[in-house]
Design a protein around this ligand. Sequence first.
Ligand SMILES: CC(C)=CCC/C(C)=C/CC/C(C)=C/CC/C(C)=C/[C@@H]1[C@@H](COP(=O)(O)OP(=O)(O)O)[C@]1(C)CC/C=C(\C)CC/C=C(\C)CCC=C(C)C
Ligand SMILES: Nc1ncnc2c1ncn2[C@@H]1O[C@H](COP(=O)(O)OP(=O)(O)OP(=O)(O)O)[C@@H](O)[C@H]1O
Ligand SMILES: [Mn+2]
Length: 299
Amino acid sequence: MAVTFPLPVELQPDAVAQAYAECERVTAAYAKTFYLGTLLMAPAKRRAVWAIYAWCRRTDELVDGPQCDSTSLETLQDWETQLEKTFAGHPQDVYDLALYAATRNFPLEIQPFRDMIAGQRMDLCQCRYETFAELETYCYRVAGTVGLMSLAIMGARQDSLAVRRAAVALGVANQLTNILRDVGEDLQRGRIYLPIADLTAYSYTVNELKNGVINGAWRRLMRFQIERARSYFTQAAPGVNELCGDARWPVWTALMNYRRILDQIEGNDYDVFSRRAYVSLPGKLAHLPWALWRSYWGV
Ligand SMILES: CC(C)=CCC/C(C)=C/CC/C(C)=C/CC/C(C)=C/[C@@H]1[C@@H](COP(=O)(O)OP(=O)(O)O)[C@]1(C)CC/C=C(\C)CC/C=C(\C)CCC=C(C)C
Ligand SMILES: Nc1ncnc2c1ncn2[C@@H]1O[C@H](COP(=O)(O)OP(=O)(O)OP(=O)(O)O)[C@@H](O)[C@H]1O
Ligand SMILES: [Mn+2]
C-alpha cells in the first residue's frame, strides 16, 4: 500500500507531543492563572486547551503585540487562510499542528476562530465604539469565542443553548473587565473601548477621559460599567457546573479571580488611569478552596 504524505497526526505522535509542549510553554509564560487551571484537567483536555490558548494568543498578538504596526487587513486574511488550512488537515507550523491534533480529538468548530479574527479586524480599523451594542459584538468576537472554543473541550455532553450562552457570557464578562482595568493603557494607544453613548449619558467628556479626570460623573459612569460586567458574570455562573467535572474548578477559579478585578477597581476609587487593578497571587490562591466548593455544590 502506498504511503501518502504528510502523514496523518495519528502516525506522528512525537511531532504532536512536541507541538503540544510548545503550546504549553506559551500558555505557562503568558497566563499563569489559566495555566494552573489547565493542570487540573485530564491530559488530553489540557493539551487541547493549550493549543487553543496558543492560537488565541498569536491572533491577539497580531494586533496587540510588538509587531502590530506591520499588521494589515491582508495579514489577517493570510492568518484566516492559514486557519482554514489547519482545519482542513494542512497545518503550517508547530502550533497549528497542535491545533489540528486537537480538532481530531474534540468537536471544535471553525466559526468561533473565524469570528475572533473578525474581532481583530475591528481592532485594526476602529478605535472608538459609539454604542454598547457595537462593543458587545467586539467582546463576543475577541472573547465570547474563547468560551465556545473551550466548550468543545470542557463541555459535558451535547451542550444546550443555555450552556453556550453562558460560555459566551463568561468571555464577554472577562473582556469587559479587561477593558475597565486597562482604560489608561488603552488611551495611550489611542483606543477608547467605553461606549461614547455611555460617556454622554453620564455627562463625562472624551476630553476629560483623555486627561484622566476622576470626578463624580466618572465614578457614576464606572459604577454603571462595573455592574454591567458583573451581570455577565452572573449570566455565566449557572453554566459552570454544566461543564465536565474536571473543568469546573479551573473555570470557577478563572471566573472568581477575574470578577475580583472589578472589586479592586472600586477599591482604587475608580482610578484606572494611574493604577492597575490586580489580584495578588495569595489573593488568587485564597479563592481556590471556595472555587472547589462551588464546583461541587454550585453557586
Ligand atoms: C481554564 C480556562 C478559563 C481556559 C480558557 C483558556 C483559553 C483558551 C484562553 C484564551 C485567552 C486568549 C489569549 C484570548 C485572546 C483574546 C484575549 C487577549 C482575550 C482576553 C483574555 C484575558 O487575557 P489577559 O488577562 O491575559 O489579557 P491581556 O492580554 O494580558 O491584557 C480575555 C479577557 C478573554 C478570555 C476569555 C475566556 C478565558 C473565556 C472563558 C470561558 C470559558 C472557559 C467557557 C466556560 C464555560 C461556561 C459554560 C461558563
Ligand atoms: N513571555 C512573555 N512575553 C511577552 N509578554 C508576556 C510574557 N508573559 C506575559 N506577558 C504579558 O505580560 C502581561 C502580564 O502577564 P500575566 O499573564 O502574568 O498577568 P495577568 O494577565 O495579569 O494574569 P493572568 O495569569 O491571570 O493572565 C500580560 O499582558 C501578558 O500578555
Ligand atoms: Mn495574562
